[in-house]
Write a protein of this length. Structure first.
Length: 604
């Protein structure tokens, strides 16, 4: 390790940023930022040989590609008119002092720009049709909420109020958001536990995304992520990414359970699939499209800094180019390595699987007594299918790919990511287990309603309840210790086994929560968790933009120490929850009320 540290100290710094703000204040200020490829023109160059040697180590960053941000008048006071050529010569002159050469390296992931004093950031103008359309949508939401709120306040305690206007009443929606009273429906404890589980899972997602975005930024101490990826925590972080499948499990569980409750009053038929699918779209699309529209338009105007065009401008451009693919939940099918709001891939996959999930559930509602064995057989089938796709494609679990360069690029250039991870086949195991959990939880509720003795847990159930939750993280550790496995077939077969293990632990915990009362379920089922759960959709949508905005606005290199990562996580979480409350009241709740009314009208 001492030898490695000594060698790395001899290498050029991976990142460098001159003072951006002071450069932009100069009348002759020109600030350039770019990626530079280091090359060699002489023989027997020990420094270049060392750069090449360290760059071949997959657990180190590629030292042949350097990041530089220069204030040209301060660093290269030459009369060169072409700012890009002047920037390249300036960096090359620095490289020559170290017996090296440097040239600009440009690709989709390595852009460069030069910006003079008084110029706006190199992003799109706000004076175009998409910006105006987004502005009109925001005006429409604000107008309808103002109208609905004024109407509600004027009518006071009057019972016969106009439903359409009341949908947009901020007062009424606020009461809905903050109401933690029981509804009269005896939901199983597993559904109440979901509120807390969603809250903690969402916090974990924000934490991981803070790490992703910090890795994308330019930081003082690149060795932090190199050491992290080389430690057991690196592969373990990769293994924990399978936790995203719990979202798919929860989504299908809720869908199945609610349909079973609905079937007590209405006859469920396959012709209802388009209506139910429309209900889901109306539930998701308002917040989903609002975020995508913001990312494609206004987001570029929310800050400035040397990394703003790289971190925000590039993603905003992708959001604009792929807006309609995002709108139809097809962004993971076309150009999957160009990602707009990375958290939305789960929503796209879950939506693509939704029609299949509805079809399976509606067919099994007619055969509820045989639903569980049929679903167990289906689980075996989709597990085998996942294994076949993984083996035939030569894929391997993400914890085998936790390398600094791959992590910094968010796996966008990893074949596993674009050919498997973001596609529906990746989540079919979670989908089937979610449906199975819905049927089994419904059966538990029905049995408990008939005979309270059936609700008493067995000793085995109690043990499984307390073991299943920590086993999710223990499994992450054991998965990460499997790294010495080199056989490609075994690596591919670990994909379905990993998913089956992780999602099964989530399944067992939620199922056992219906019968076992513990301090864990008491915390997760705390009534206050309902409020957090109700804004979770909005939080999940906005936190990525909040995080990138905070990081990209910084004008210096980023501190990537654990303490600052923790502070960033807290800051992003707090700001996201603050923004989520008005977004939930103004956008999400009115659309939910609208769809509920439309669904009842169509069914009845």
């Amino acid at each position: 390790m001492d030898r490695l540290q000594a060698d790395l100290r001899r290498l050029p710094r991976l990142y460098h940023l001159d003072d951006f703000e002071s450069c932009m204040e100069r009348k002759d200020g020109i600030y350039c930022l770019g990626f530079f490829e280091i090359y060699n023109e002489v023989e027997n160059n020990p420094l270049y040989d060392l750069i090449q040697e360290k760059s071949q180590d997959v657990m180190l960053y590629n030292r042949t590609l350097l990041r530089r941000g220069y204030c040209l008048p301060a660093r290269c006071p030459t009369p060169e008119a072409n700012a890009t050529a002047r920037f390249e010569r300036c960096v090359d002159a620095w490289a020559r002092r170290h017996a090296l050469r440097a040239r600009i390296h440009t690709s989709a992931l390595t852009p460069h720009y030069c910006r003079a004093h008084g110029q706006p950031p190199p992003v799109r103008s706000t004076d175009d049709t998409p910006h105006r359309v987004f502005l009109y949508v925001v005006y429409a939401y604000l107008f309808m909420n103002a109208l609905g709120t004024l109407y509600d306040l004027k009518m006071g305690a009057e019972k016969s109020k106009n439903y359409c206007l009341m949908m947009f009443s901020l007062r009424d929606n606020w009461l809905k958001l903050t109401n933690v009273q029981e509804t009269g429906i005896d939901y199983p404890r597993s559904l109440k536990v979901l509120n807390g589980l969603k809250a903690f899972t969402l916090l974990g997602t924000i934490t991981v995304h803070v790490g992703f975005i910090t890795a994308q930024a330019w930081h003082y101490y690149p060795r932090f992520f190199e050491k992290l990826m080389s430690s057991p925590f690196g592969p373990m972080t990769g293994a924990i990414t399978t936790m995203t499948h719990c979202f798919v499990l929860i989504s299908n569980f809720l869908t199945t359970y609610n349909l079973l409750l609905f079937s007590q009053k209405f006859k469920m038929e396959l012709w209802m699939i388009p209506i139910l699918f429309l209900k889901r779209l109306v539930r998701l699309l308002p917040m989903y499209l609002l975020l995508t529209g913001f990312s494609a338009t206004w987001w570029t105007q929310m800050g400035d800094g040397p990394l703003w065009p790289v971190l925000v401008g590039m993603e905003s451009e992708i959001c604009r180019d792929k807006f309609w693919l995002q709108a139809f939940f097809l962004q993971n099918m076309f150009e999957p390595n160009r990602v707009c709001n990375i958290q939305t891939w789960v929503m796209a996959v879950d939506t693509q699987l939704y029609i299949l999930s509805l079809t399976i559930t509606l067919l099994l509602i007619r055969k509820q007594k045989r639903a569980v064995p049929i679903l167990l057989a289906l689980l075996a089938g989709v597990t085998a299918l996942t294994a076949y796709v993984a083996v035939s494609g030569g894929h391997e679990p993400v914890f085998y790919q936790m390398e600094p360069e791959t992590f910094r690029e968010l796996f966008f250039n990893a074949r596993y990511f674009v050919e498997f991870f973001v596609l529906p086949i990746n989540c079919v195991i979670a989908m089937v287990l979610g449906i199975l959990l819905g049927f089994m939880s419904y059966n538990v509720q029905q049995e408990g309603a008939k005979d309270e003795k059936n609700m008493k847990p067995s000793k085995l159930m109690v043990v499984l309840h307390f073991v299943s939750l920590p086993m999710i993280f223990i499994a992450s550790y054991f998965a990460s210790t499997l790294l010495p496995v080199t056989d490609q077939l075994i690596r591919a077969l670990l994909i379905p086994l990993e998913r089956l293990a992780f999602v099964s632990f989530c399944f067992v915990f939620l199922y056992s929560s219906a019968k076992v009362k513990s301090i864990i379920t008491d915390v997760l089922a705390w009534p206050g968790m309902r409020i957090i759960s109700r804004v979770s959709m909005s939080v999940s949508m906005v936190h990525w933009c909040v995080n990138k905005t905070l990081v990209a606005n910084r004008s210096t290199l980023i501190d990537s120490s654990p303490g600052f990562l923790m502070l960033d996580t807290i800051g992003v979480s707090v700001i996201s929850f603050i923004l989520a409350v008005p977004l939930t009241l103004i956008v999400e709740f009115p659309m939910i009320k609208l769809m509920d009314k439309l669904l009842m009208y169509l069914v009845m």
